[in-house]
Design a protein. Structure first.
Lengths: 241, 380
């Protein structure tokens, strides 16, 4: 039985894209996301995982239904409110890392702090400290092109958590990495992001990392078909922050 | 976020340098062509500008500009002198005789005949060698430095050399730095009584009357009074110079030619910078999308784009104007291009134009960023 707090929920959530043809990306999604848990969204390509992730994170507006995250009706907010919501409460880990190529690793990590108005020097210093925690102190001054894929994903991970968000959104965090590096990144994700007051949502195709999930939501054709408690067996072996 | 914007800009070295080169090129071309255009047009009035001791120019109403003069009658001088508040009025003769050097070099010249008694209209303060008073000697002339160098390109400046002006011998008693004329003819000064002898005699000889307003009398008002009283055209020096310049602006292809070049500079600036800057933005869309997703506001992103564009603009403009200033610094010592300088007005005006180019070029990029969906970063 889940004794954790509810970080957010989606009820009868639909999302339709209007272009040359109408695409029903979400067709009535019901999902609960809990604090202190890693929820994985899995399913075939085009089933609506990323769309659901975007609506939950306040990147896309809903078409119908209800979404509450961290006590806010995100999908009903204005664009400006959603920007502020993302800045304050959400950390992102992207599939392609999306680091700024002209910035060093430490500067990339510091971007969310700088976006929130922190002075550059203080933010970069904090970024360097976090990278040191991730074992990348010596690479803090390197540009992304000088880093390996695993190192870049670690920088992206640090960027996602540096501003202490309550929700971390990960889109295929291991798909660009080999199996060993993928496992290392997931362990690191667990170490730095899992907290009782924080929810982590991961979209993935990579069944090798399912062991890190507390809950796996199986999606198909724009719906959550079933939600399976998974117990995060792989995580039990690593110390949590 | 400013440092992020600047690092993104300088991180793409090729585009960064391309953008700066474009603005530098456009700035140089604009300032250079505008300054040369203004300098050339100003040359059309150089003989007017060089007359510093008279307030007013009086001429026949049929005279439209200084290079095409209908002579006045001798009595017109007396009529002008008779107008209230005219302190003095003197003759001025202008013609285009032919000058031949002893070695056979030949050139058309601008001859200005100055009032015999007062030498009013002489290029005061511009004498490089000799004395103004020596114009009173027989056959004496002053010649401008460029004209002198045409006949004697090398060696020291020497007085008492002789030339032939329309089959009459003349002697150089002074060399002056007259303002460069529109047509690069030598400028020659002599006494009025002598100048009229150098050219074929006509019934009327006097080209202009130069007049001075009495103390405390406003020149423009006096010009109006002379016109009303005599039926002649009377203008202040400035008004006459402007009328002459307008004639050339309206009746020659100079503005069109320079206008085309200036237009090309504008088009190159806007199109090339706009295109390059837009490509730069497009190539950074993923990163910009990531920033949007992270929570960077549109307003901040627009500020970043404008900062990038303005940085390129300021650096490019500075380089362009530096090249332009160097160009004029080098060419000002050449006789054909003397007097052509980088105008302060061009300096300021081009800054405004570059600012406009930068803003226009940024608009496409700004629009692209504003419509960018941050969810784009989740698409592989």
């Amino acid at each position: 039985m889940n004794t954790l707090n509810l970080a957010g929920s989606a009820r009868a959530l639909t999302k339709t894209f209007q272009s040359a043809t109408t695409v029903h990306a979400l067709r009535g999604v019901d999902l609960d996301i809990c604090d202190g848990e890693m929820t994985m969204l899995v399913g075939p390509s085009g089933c609506g995982k990323t769309t659901l992730l975007c609506v939950i994170a306040g990147l896309l507006e809903k078409t119908a239904g209800d979404v509450q995250m961290l006590g806010q009706r995100v999908a009903d907010q204005s664009a400006r409110e959603r920007v502020a919501f993302r800045r304050q409460h959400v950390g992102f880990v992207f599939q392609q890392f999306n680091l700024l190529p002209a910035l060093t690793a430490a500067e990339n990590v510091a971007v969310p702090l700088i976006a929130a108005g922190r002075k550059r020097a203080a933010a970069v210093k904090q970024g360097m400290a976090l990278l040191a925690r991730l074992g990348m102190a010596e690479r803090a001054g390197a540009l992304p092109k000088e880093l390996s894929g695993g190192q870049q994903q670690r920088v992206a991970l640090a960027r996602a958590v540096i501003h202490q968000p309550s929700l971390i959104i990960c889109d295929e965090p291991t798909s660009a990495l080999d199996a060993v590096t993928g496992q290392q990144v997931m362990q690191l994700l667990t170490e730095v992001s899992m907290r009782e007051d924080r929810a982590v949502v991961v979209v993935t195709h990579d069944s090798r990392i399912f062991g890190f999930a507390d809950t796996i939501a199986h999606m198909e054709d724009g719906r959550v078909e079933r939600v399976v408690p998974h117990g995060a067996p792989a995580r039990r072996a690593v110390p949590q922050a | 976020m400013h440092f992020i914007a600047l690092r993104m800009l300088t991180g793409d070295r090729a585009k960064y340098l391309g953008l700066i080169s474009t603005i530098a090129f456009a700035s140089f071309l604009l300032a250079n062509q505008v300054s040369i255009f203004a300098g050339i047009i100003k040359r059309t009035a150089s003989q007017i500008v060089d007359v510093v001791d008279a307030d007013l120019w009086v001429m026949d109403p049929a005279t439209e500009y200084i290079d095409e003069v209908k002579p006045l009658k001798e009595t017109d001088l007396l009529r002008v002198r008779g107008v209230v508040d005219v302190a003095w009025a003197v003759r001025l003769f202008k013609s285009l005789p032919r000058i031949t050097a002893p070695d056979g070099r030949l050139r058309q010249a601008i001859l200005l005949g100055l009032d015999d008694a007062t030498l009013i209209g002489a290029p005061h303060g511009k004498l490089r060698l000799g004395r103004l008073e020596d114009l009173r000697e027989p056959d004496a002339i002053l010649i401008d430095y460029a004209g002198y160098r045409y006949f004697w390109p090398d060696g020291e400046l020497t007085l008492d050399r002789t030339l032939e002006m329309n089959d009459r011998r003349v002697k150089i008693v002074g060399i002056v730095d007259a303002s460069a004329p529109f047509a690069t003819f030598p400028v020659v000064f002599s006494r009025y009584s002598q100048a009229v002898l150098f050219v074929g005699r006509e019934r009327n000889q006097m080209s202009f009357v130069l007049a001075k307003a009495a103390a405390g009398v406003e020149s423009a008002a006096l010009a109006e009074r002379i016109s009303q009283t005599t039926g002649l055209t009377a203008l202040t020096g400035d008004a006459w110079a402007w009328r002459t310049m307008q004639y050339y602006l309206q009746n020659t292809g100079i503005p069109v030619n320079f206008g085309i070049t200036i237009g090309i500079a504008l088009i190159v600036g806007i199109v090339v910078m706009g295109q390059t800057f837009y490509l730069f933005t497009i190539e950074n869309l993923k990163q910009i999308g990531a920033l949007k997703a992270i929570g960077v506001a549109d307003r901040t992103l627009v500020g970043m784009i404008l900062l990038q564009a303005l940085t390129v603009g300021v650096i490019g403009y500075s380089i362009g104007m530096g090249i332009c200033a160097t160009f004029f610094e080098i060419t000002k010592h050449n006789l054909p291009t003397r007097g052509l300088v980088l105008l302060p007005e061009a300096f300021i005006g081009v800054a405004g134009v570059v600012f406009a180019i930068v803003i226009v070029a940024s608009l496409l990029s700004i629009r692209r960023v504003l419509v960018l969906e941050p969810a784009l970063v989740f698409r592989g």
